[in-house]
Design a protein around this ligand. Structure first.
Ligand code: ADP
Length: 246
């Protein structure tokens, strides 16, 4: 589904920052894959590269066998539609209703109006917000806003949902309900999910597979259960010990 080969990203400025160093990762269709690390480890940079918001300095990212960094134009646009992204701050349009927020990507791709109405109703139902269609983001709780962001990301029927710290601003109960929603989306809609997080609880609850990233390197990867039971790297041990029972 997504294959990352020898990906590196260096930011150049007054001083060079090697944010990602030789990352290789293979996400299979249907996976819920967690990428965990401390602050500054390179998680957001990796997500930005996968979601095509940033270009890697070297290496390749394949989506369904196609190298995303060598294609352009229409083909790239088509490939981009297969990726839905949810960001930490939700990025909702505050002046627009929930219905309009979710419809936005469909309007951009010139989807017919009746088709947009049908699809938005369906998405509102999936995320459990049918009664909030005409409300504005300011009238919703953090968890509800994240649900809107998830619905909007799913609007164009992506095969992969990329989630950047999807629960970092939420309380434990709301976190649980968002993780349940993501699991449902994975199981019922067959969407592959990649979650970037610094919270071990998110990985434990949601992800079958995990990669641990530290200083731009993947230091450990595998089945979550195996990595948690027998952590090999110091950073993994530290993440486990600081998370306690969570
Ligand atoms: P994380 O998401 O794990 O907290 P980031 O991917 O944001 O980590 O950052 C990884 C490293 O890259 C950090 O050292 C950060 O300072 C640096 N970095 C991130 N974005 C930029 C940028 N646009 N320009 C320069 N350095 C950056």
């Amino acid at each position: 589904m997504i294959r990352i080969e020898h990906l590196s990203k260096t930011y150049s400025g007054k001083t060079e920052v090697a944010a990602l160093k030789d990352i290789s990762l293979h996400v299979q269709p249907g996976d819920i894959y967690g990428i965990i690390g401390m602050s500054g480890a390179g998680k957001s940079t990796l997500l930005r590269c996968i979601s095509l918001l940033d270009r890697p300095s070297s290496g390749s990212i394949y989506l369904d066998g196609k190298d995303m960094n060598t294609i352009s134009g229409k083909e790239l646009q088509q490939l981009r539609k297969q990726l839905g992204v949810i960001f930490q701050g939700y990025n909702l349009l505050m002046q627009k209703t929930i219905r309009k927020n979710i419809a936005f990507p469909l309007e951009l791709s010139k989807t017919p109006k009746d088709e947009i109405k049908r699809r938005v109703d369906e998405l509102l139902e999936i995320v459990g917000l049918s009664d909030k269609a005409e409300a504005y983001p300011s009238q919703l709780s953090g968890g509800q806003r994240q649900r809107v962001a998830i619905a909007r990301a799913l609007a164009s029927n992506p095969k992969v949902l990329l989630c950047d710290e999807p629960t970092s601003a939420l309380d434990p109960l709301t976190t649980r309900s968002i993780l349940e929603l993501l699991r449902d989306i994975n199981q019922k809609l067959g969407v592959t999910i990649i979650v970037i997080t610094h919270e071990l609880g998110v990985v434990r609850t949601l992800c079958q597979k995990v990669a641990v990233i530290d200083s731009g390197l993947i230091v450990e990867q595998g089945l979550t259960r195996e990595v948690m039971d027998e952590p090999k790297h110091e950073i993994t041990k530290l993440l486990i010990s600081t998370a306690g029972g969570r």
